[in-house]
Design a protein around this ligand. Sequence first.
Ligand SMILES: [Zn+2]
Length: 333
Amino acid sequence: MFDFCPNCGLEDKLQRTQIQEEIKVRGEVFNVQAAGFVCHKCETSYSDLDSKSDDPYAIAHEMYRSKHSFLDPEEIKQIRLNYELTQRELSGLLGWGDVTLSRYEKGQLPTEGHNKTLRSLANEPHVLMEYIHQGPHVLSDEKRERIVHRLKIKIEETYSIDRVYEERFGSYERDEYSGYNLLNLDKVYNLILLACENGEFTTKINKLLFYFDFKNFKDNISSITGLRYVRLPRGPVPDKYDFYLANMLDKGALVVEEVCFGEYVGQKYYSKDDPDITIFTEAEKQVIKTVLEKTRTYNCSEISNISHEEKAWIETKETARISYDFAKELLFV
Ligand SMILES: [Zn+2]
């Protein structure tokens, strides 16, 4: 065919060239550069239907994939292999036809819904778990057990408290509000355990954390935990402190008891786990010891009053973050 031009009839070899082709994928037009031929007399161009290296349809599909962030065949295969599932098993779990997945892995463009499902399988381990529990029973008992076990581990990693914390609140930066330290949840939890060894109320737990961190900043130029503190009416409190307490209750590291004082009901927290003090440096241990000894005999309202004398509290606006720069003028410890 390429020894003459079908358009003008020129009997000569057509020249190889790149041609622009408009190719429709799911109703969208993509401009693709493809291999072709051109007649040097009438300049009519023809696509090279035999070219395997750059199939314009494959290129257009590729463009569609990246425009709509569709998974590519290799990614689809990898999701399946990560769970050691056969094409038939995964198709079955998802309730798809037997050959659907095999086609996708060979290059067919998935439907929008299927692409969405595959992507959520890749990112969220609990999605496959739900299919295994609710979908058709297509796995052998032994295989099902093995995958469920592996998924449980993955789910735990994905939804670990550090992960959830970072997603919900963002990670703190090393600045004057975090005491130039990164948030260390392990240290936060162990300080709370130390504070609650003999039972403690929220107000005092918060003041203790404030004094641990600010005293350490005063003595050792960084906070212990990396926590940020805000000014609330009853004194300085760690940002999102209720989140820490709720998580420790959840994990069984703390228990809570309601204590009545006439009309007022207080929440008293007790440590259930032993604090691990080996995670603190010698200098930090010294600060912790000093603060615990100094505050031992004070109750909530007394320690609240003491914190109200601190410049850190006086000179910070209501609900604003407290700068660790005030630590050098700490009065109480
Ligand atoms: Zn021609």
